[in-house]
Design a protein around this ligand. Structure first.
Ligand SMILES: Cc1ncc(C[n+]2csc(CCOP(=O)(O)OP(=O)(O)O)c2C)c(N)n1
Length: 318
């Protein structure tokens, strides 16, 4: 694929389009009850995963949260195996045992996602310590929502990563809300960039709707981590279009103004990146990704459920 090598906007568009359309298909399929786990969608937030993961090597390691489809897809995850995982089928990337909320696939460096807020962060720091001790060239990227920074685990992890100069990029997806609670009702002081810097971690803040700038800043931060300069933090402003959990819109809850959501949908990052491409290339990417998604759904449908006897497998190490 031509754009793989020399056109970051094309790579970003492909990745963001795949995430958007896979999640739109999840919305379409969810009422059929074929998807067996709760889903936390990243529609509206695609630019963050796509921009950061574009700079990663297959051997680099990711940790994330229950909002993990975007990370998996942006890291080059296997689309059919992700769909089969959501269906609870045996061909899923975790044999149907992880589902959407705990998506995991070490074969592509997706080491873990967790439903328990902030727990992935300390796991990510442990992985970064292991890589450093092994003198590995690989690095760790840890994604979390701004709600995670309310937790002690975030503070402990930032301190330890800084102290040990670990090879890790902390990526905060600040979508303003922890479920329905606004960040301004939770966060004291001058903000997350300053908090990170207080731990000695160079940090930056990138506004929403600047996907190419985010791509460039994430690249610079990751390059510093790769050079062995220790951890970096990047706060990415973003916005979730759908409900905290589930496939639907959530306007009925009235915790955010309709006009705020409408303005975000209007100023769609996917369209911003798409507008940087010639029509022909954009349409080619869309057609290729549509085929990939249709094939992935067919694969998940055709797969079978695991045998009952598998239920106790993979619980403890043998
Ligand atoms: C330790 C813990 N506390 C509370 C919850 C309930 N909970 C689930 S998601 C969530 C909000 C987290 O928001 P944020 O970290 O900003 O991520 P987002 O959902 O916006 O991606 C909360 C409080 C939980 N799962 N785990």
């Amino acid at each position: 694929m031509e754009e793989r090598t020399n056109n970051p906007a094309a790579r970003l568009y492909r990745s963001m389009y795949l995430i958007r359309r896979v999640e739109e298909e999840i919305i379409r399929l969810y009422p059929t009850d074929k998807i067996k786990s709760p889903v936390h969608l990243s529609i509206g937030q695609e630019a963050v995963s796509a921009a950061v993961c574009d700079h990663l090597e297959p051997t680099d390691i990711l940790f994330g949260t229950y909002r993990g489809h975007a990370l998996y897809l942006a890291k080059g995850g296997n689309v059919p195996r992700m769909m089969a995982e959501l269906y609870g089928k045996v061909d899923g990337c975790a044999r149907g045992k992880a589902g959407s909320m705990h998506l995991v696939d070490p074969s592509v460096g997706m080491m873990g996602t967790s439903a328990v807020v902030a727990t992935g962060i300390s796991n990510a720091v442990g992985a970064a310590l292991a890589l450093k001790m092994q003198k590995s060239k690989a690095i760790v990227v840890c994604f979390f929502g701004e709600g995670s920074t309310d937790e002690g685990a975030w503070h402990e992890s930032m301190n330890f990563a800084s102290l040990k100069k670990l090879p890790i990029l902390f990526v905060c997806e600040n979508n303003f809300f922890a479920i329905y609670s606004h960040v301004k009702d939770r966060l004291a002081g001058p903000g997350l960039q300053a908090r990170s810097e207080a731990y000695g971690i160079p940090a930056e803040h990138v506004e929403d709707h600047e996907p190419m700038k985010l791509h460039e800043r994430a690249g610079a931060a990751l390059a510093a981590v790769r050079r062995g300069e220790g951890p970096r933090f990047i706060e990415c402003m973003t916005y979730r279009w759908r409900d905290h959990v589930g496939p639907t819109e959530d306007r009925i809850h009235k915790y955010r103004p309709d006009a705020e959501l409408d303005a975000k949908i209007e100023n769609d990052n996917l369209k911003i990146v798409g507008s940087l491409l010639p029509d022909e290339l954009r349409k080619l990417i869309e057609a290729e990704e549509e085929k990939r998604i249709a094939d992935a759904i067919a694969f998940a449908e055709a797969s079978t459920f695991p045998e009952d006897r598998e239920i106790y497998d993979h619980v403890f190490a043998n």
